[in-house]
Design a protein around this ligand. Sequence first.
Ligand code: HEM
Length: 415
Amino acid sequence: MHHSRIRLADLDQANILEVDVADEVLRQNALSLMADWVTRKPLYCVRRGLAAVICARAKDVSEVLMDDGQRFSVVAPKIEGYEIFDLFGGVESVLQMDGARHSRIRGLMQPAFTPRAVNALLGAIQQIVTDKIDAIERGSGFFDAMGDFCDDIITRVMLDATLQLTPPQQQAFTRVHNSFPLIMGIAPGEAYPEEYVEAGRALHQAVLEIIEEKRRHPREDFISNLVTARDGNDDKLSDEELVNQIYAVCAAAQGATAASLGAALLNLGRHPDQFDSLKRDPALVDSALEECLRYQSSGFLIFPRFATTDTEVGGVAIPKHMPVYVSAQAANFDPEKFPDPLRFDIRRNPQRIFTFGSGAHSCIGMRMARLVMRISLLSLMQRFPRLGLVDLDFEPVYGGNFSELSPLTIPMRTH
Ligand code: HEM
């Protein structure tokens, strides 16, 4: 391991963000801060004592995400302290691979995410959404939009609709998901808690079982695609690699969709006039959904890149190995692309939002995410024409990783 950490003292002192980027105050005020960051050239910041840089303007965000591998990598260099960038506890995911390795794995996953494959899920998604709404209707008239609706919706779509897992296999995924918070604050080098390790082992076993099942009866889902592509190829993926991809896709999909759907309900709820217009005219749903996704999605920073050489963006020096945080959320507030960006307007119909990233790693699941969110909004509004927030001034507390905007609860009423 190298010991060549970047020293804050060597950077332009006038261009350093005063607070640790993981500060809770920052997360609770993320949207107004993003509207400020987007007016600024790349900004140095600190997280857990490590110097990094944040890119927020649309052109800077695009420059980093569209890099062809010459200047930035998604693979963290082996430097002391950089263990914090190991997102999935040692699992090497498609998000953390570069170049040819990444293209190959992504190519194998692609058939499960084509328009045809995603549209084939429509009936199943509708059923899952209807079941959840039925349960809410049987309740008191008050519900938690996160716990009762958003939290596990995409997991259910992927696990029971796409993969048709048995209940014990589903539980293995839920258990791992529930054990993620156990490793959030863990110090570099510290052992993982037993429950986290055990949950991982149980999931590993469940996924091996699923792979075996798909090998015997391949269907149109991404695991079948990965398995058959592997078996038809001399240069095979190991079972280990298959397990890693399945695990990482589920992790990438679940939190992001729950948070974005929750944020959509929150922001529609905070603008009751616009929510009413949408309820009266559901044809506005596509424009409204894009505006919801632009205005607030799953977090204010996406997974970091690392400079592979001394470089610069927007005139700001970025030394080799420096982590580069990209804010898709800030770029969505770039006034040159989205005038008066903090105005929430379901008729805006924003084009080319940054929410799903861009370039080689852009979200492979965006079509599925949009479909699930669209069906959810339409079905909720249709069943509950008076759907709204219990308290119009409600401010969520956000959970998840430091830059995620994942509301813990959103109290709503059905009438
Ligand atoms: C509204 C919900 C979602 C949002 C806001 C979202 C956002 C993103 C973003 C910004 C990236 C790019 C990350 C980067 O460049 O570092 C990404 C990548 C990814 N997303 Fe999503 N996502 C969502 C839903 C989903 C769903 C439903 C799935 C799968 C079913 C999924 C699977 C993935 C995967 C596998 C990647 C990595 C792609 C790669 O590295 O090539 N996401 N997502």
